[in-house]
Design a binder for this molecule. Structure first.
Ligand code: AN7
Length: 401
């Protein structure tokens, strides 16, 4: 059994109420389980295939889920890069290996399942791209309509292609993501559409399974640090929440230091952490090549600041050049293809090690959140175009000189 609880004032709401903010104080809600009454016999999780649904006792869905087989993503040991950066136990959890190519699928399998469970007939989100691609696919699987609002001109090509091909109503807003999010929120409340941005506490339940899988993939060991790119700050909050549940249940005995990385031009969470502010100050005009995290007013900031502070973690920003350099390093030195926002996590580790903020003996897991193919235009802009030659050996050999 579970209920919704306000993270600020503790007000409780029944699990089947469609509500996104506390009616008393308007802060965010979180899903709360009676962890004492949940027993998972030893070996039960391990015997199931590794995926979001391995952990169904700690998920809110009671009927057959809407699933495309999400999760179960690889955890790679970054041998080469780790050596260069000076951290031997450096890992990347490649969330680009999900059905639509990002971690959002973990949230959407749960979120869209909950939409059906709650009797909702349609779904919507605002998105910097990945959320819309994922929602479109899961709504298609569920057989319900989806509306997605995108910031015009600032969504990577692959993500728009996915949202369109999966049949969502795709609308571009002549403004940024933060404004699109406000607008879709109003749309959902006024039209009775299920709101599937990360203010929806059920969506984050799916995303928390990233942390569960990491623990399982490390043979039950807790990494010293988990590093995530931060946009709306939902994912870092979700992973922290899930690991706290494992700790409460006695399955792990400590938490990793939760560490958030933002882009230089879009870094309200980093500023709040570094200046010790009680809450974030929104950035009115966020800018970065990593359009996925081009977000100035992260809606989950309150949860994320708690996650970082309560675990002794930190937050840091990286420049667009550092992001793109790490995207190339991951691709060329490790064979791991990610989109720019994802590379921010590893770039952040490199910077924090250089600053002496990270101990080289730590075991560190970076979450790389989305696939290389999401943003082909940013790839083409960085790489030399293929040489085009006549079809004869002589031309080939001279091109290869
Ligand atoms: C690749 O799709 O916000 O801090 O609308 O696509 O949980 O927001 C995407 C976010 C990191 C940041 N990496 O996660 C959206 C959207 C990638 C992303 C993030 C996003 P949050």
């Amino acid at each position: 059994m579970h209920r919704l609880v306000c993270i600020h004032c503790g007000a409780e709401y029944p699990a089947d109420e469609v509500i996104y903010h506390c009616r008393r104080c308007s802060h965010l809600l979180a899903v709360q389980y009676d962890l004492d009454s949940i027993t998972i016999a030893p070996g039960v999780w391990e015997r199931r295939p590794i995926s979001v649904w391995r952990y169904r006792e700690l998920l809110p869905v009671s009927s057959a889920p809407v699933t495309l087989w999400e999760g179960g993503t690889p955890l790679y040991h970054l041998k080469q890069l780790g050596e260069e950066i000076g951290v031997r136990a450096l890992y990347a959890k490649h969330e680009g290996m999900n059905p639509t190519g990002s971690f959002k699928d973990r949230g959407m399998t749960v979120g869209v399942s909950m939409a059906l469970q709650l009797g909702m007939k349609s779904v919507a989100c605002a998105s910097t791209g990945n959320t819309s691609a994922s929602l479109a696919a899961y709504a298609a699987k569920a057989g319900i309509p989806a509306v997605v609002l995108l910031p015009a001109g600032n969504v990577a090509l692959g993500k728009v292609a996915q949202a369109l091909m999966h049949g969502a109503r795709v609308i571009s807003i002549r403004n940024n993501f933060d404004k699109a999010l406000e607008l879709v929120h109003e749309l959902c409340l006024s039209q009775g559409i299920y709101f599937l941005n990360s203010v929806n506490p059920y969506r984050l339940e799916g995303q928390k399974t990233i942390g569960f899988e990491v623990i399982d993939q490390l043979g039950g060991e807790v990494p010293d640090r988990m590093v995530l790119p931060v946009g709306n700050a939902g994912n870092i909050s979700a992973v922290h929440k899930g690991l706290r549940e494992l700790e409460t249940m006695g399955r792990i005995d400590r938490l990793p230091m939760m560490t958030g990385i933002q882009a230089e031009g879009s870094r309200p969470v980093v500023d709040a952490i570094q200046r010790g502010l009680p809450e974030v100050i929104p950035e009115p005009s966020p800018e970065t090549v990593a359009t996925a995290i081009r977000i100035g007013a992260p809606v989950n900031a309150e949860k994320a600041l708690t996650a970082i502070r309560a675990t002794g973690g930190t937050a840091e920003f990286v420049t667009d050049d550092e992001i793109l350099a790490m995207q190339r390093d991951l691709a060329r030195k490790e064979g791991i293809g990610v989109e720019p926002a994802s590379a921010a996590s590893v770039a952040g580790v490199k910077k924090l090690v250089g600053e002496g903020m990270i101990d080289r003996d730590e075991r560190i897991v970076c979450v790389v959140t989305g696939h290389l193919l999401k943003d082909p235009e940013t790839v083409v802009r960085q790489c030399e175009a293929p040489a085009e030659i006549d079809a004869d050996l002589q031309s080939l050999l001279s091109a290869l000189q």
